[in-house]
Design a protein around this ligand. Structure first.
Ligand code: ADQ
Length: 507
């Protein structure tokens, strides 16, 4: 869910000529494509791999679907397109200053840190807010022009939290779902936001608001209560639903829908001979006898990469590991590189890698292999297959798909998963080796325990973890959200039930 830089666009009023006939519309910051410029003479649009696309793809094809989002690159006005039979893409233009203020600014320097427990202090800037509002309005307008009467619209993530209400004002006939991929913070933190009421009202334009975890849904319900002082009525949770908010004339349902991965697809890839051979080759290249630890993350300060490196350094320092017997491979995808906190984080990590290798390495044998790059799906599956220990240690994470991908990619039942308690995935993957990444000694101890894990116990844990990700894959996620979204009537509540000018929370 990350974006490269844009170029100049045709501007605000550019609206592609498309018929209003889409009866299922996905609205996300990014279109599920990128421009492949490996052949500069013949740049081509390609599908971006990802669980969200594979989950929504069959629905988009079966139901005259469309995807609304930013194309993410300099196109000189060229429309992103996929082969005929593929899903319909509808690009929303962004100007350079909007990319800076709406995306890098408000989305990633205000909302992202605020929603991740203020791991770094968020910046509040009025100009960014105005840009966020303007871009959300544009997304709502494009969607309104595209959706068929009575269509279902599914809005994704924190960059677009105003879209539900803006869209409802334009198109009261459509059914609107919203899903937040990142954590929803406790009210005490959210209330710092100068535009808190506008964001909450934006979300309340939806018929169904989905969070990764019940805790996020509860935080939201509490916040609505605090901001609106609404009447709260007890109700037993039904399936994924945890409560409702009554707004004038409508009921907004609130629930938890933990996202997952394309388990079958990953498993098939992991079982392929090419991937298995590549995994063996990686192990040979790293040193046949060495234990392999692996980290795969976007280079983000929430992912706990530096904490993980320091914990590994402690193991090397106290002799529980050495460059001779253990290696840590850290793959970090370049991310949000113009944002100051990300630049500093990269410098911190690279200094730490240099320090560890400088202190504990030998010629031809360094303890940390660090790659600042994106790797392909097959290479990723091979890395997962080669690892003895997978390190997923975020300080805060909505879900963390890497943890679930690792489990899906280990049909051999090998490998140990070290998983932060602060990743949403820990709520489900309780048979992983759970750890508090804020506690340096505990993190080193759990990493050491993972290296020394009894193979029989490891297989037993992995079997349980795999059972979970097979039952709860990304298709299950999409199905359960859309089933609840469609099951709600029109969203209307009997007139007279709203006797407060604000909202009531039913939880
Ligand atoms: P992210 O913060 O981007 O997603 P995550 O869930 O870990 O985090 O997903 C990252 C994806 O990128 C994974 O599919 C992973 O395989 C891939 N990836 C990471 N590094 C890579 C590399 N170097 N090369 C290739 N691929 C790489 C946000 C939230 C998460 C939530 C997801 C989905 O922050 O908490 O799980 O959305 O809802």
């Amino acid at each position: 869910m990350d974006t490269p830089r844009p170029g100049r666009t045709a501007g605000d009023r550019q609206q592609a000529a498309v018929a209003s006939d889409a009866d299922f519309v996905v609205v996300a910051n990014r279109l599920p494509v990128h421009l492949d410029t490996s052949d500069p003479d013949a740049p081509r649009w390609r599908r971006s791999p990802g669980g969200l696309v594979s989950a929504l793809d069959p629905i988009l094809r079966n139901r005259r679907g469309a995807w609304v989002g930013w194309a993410g690159t300099v196109t000189g006005g060229a429309r992103p397109a996929l082969p005929e039979q593929d899903i319909r893409l509808h690009p929303v233009p962004l100007a350079e200053d909007e990319y800076r203020d709406y995306y890098e600014g408000f989305s990633n320097t205000t909302l992202w840190p605020l929603f991740h427990d203020v791991v770094v202090p968020p910046d509040f800037d009025q100009a960014w807010w105005h840009s966020y509002l303007r871009v959300n309005q544009r997304f709502a307008q494009h969607t309104a022009g595209l959706a068929a009467p009575g269509a279902t619209v599914w809005v994704q993530d924190y960059q677009l939290m105003l879209v539900p209400a803006l869209l409802r004002a334009l198109r009261p006939d459509v059914r609107i779902g919203f899903f937040l991929h990142i954590p929803f913070p406790p009210p005490e933190l959210f209330l710092q936001l100068p535009w808190r009421s506008q964001i909450v009202d934006g979300l309340l334009g939806a018929d169904l608001i989905g969070f990764q975890l019940p805790g996020g849904a509860q935080n939201f319900l509490q916040l609505v209560r605090r901001l609106h002082r609404g009447e709260s009525v007890g109700r037993a949770p039904r399936s994924s639903l945890l409560g409702s908010v009554l707004v004038p004339g409508r009921e907004v349902r609130v629930g938890a829908f933990p996202i997952s991965v394309d388990t079958a697809g990953l498993e098939e890839l992991a079982r392929s001979e090419a991937v298995r051979e590549r995994a063996r080759q990686i192990r040979r290249q790293l040193g046949e006898h060495r234990r392999v630890m692996l980290g795969v993350d976007r280079l983000d300060y929430t992912k706990g990469i530096d904490q993980r490196l320091r914990a590994f350094e402690a193991l090397l320092a106290d002799g529980r590991a050495s460059a001779r017997d253990t290696v840590l491979v850290q793959i970090a995808t370049p991310s949000r590189e113009r944002v100051e906190h990300y630049r500093r984080q990269r410098a911190r990590i690279e200094a730490l890698v240099g320090q560890i290798n400088g202190t504990f390495g030998q010629v031809g044998q360094v303890p940390v292999h660090y790659l600042h790059t994106t790797v392909g799906r097959s290479e990723l599956a091979a890395l997962y297959g080669a690892a003895d220990v997978m390190l997923v240690t975020p300080l805060r994470d909505g879900m963390n798909l890497v943890a679930k991908e690792f489990v899906a990619a280990r049909p051999d039942l090998g490998g140990a998963l070290v998983l932060s308690e602060f990743a949403g995935a820990a709520h489900e993957l309780t048979r992983a080796l759970l750890v508090n990444p804020h506690h340096p000694a505990e993190l080193s101890d759990v990493m050491a325990a993972a290296l020394d894990q009894d193979p029989a116990e490891g297989r037993c844990r992995m079997r349980d973890l795999r059972r979970h990700v097979r039952e709860r894959d990304v298709h299950h996620w999409a199905r359960s959200f859309l089933t609840v979204l469609r099951a709600g009537g029109s969203g209307a509540v009997p007139s007279g039930s709203d006797d407060s000018p604000q909202a009531a929370v039913v939880a």
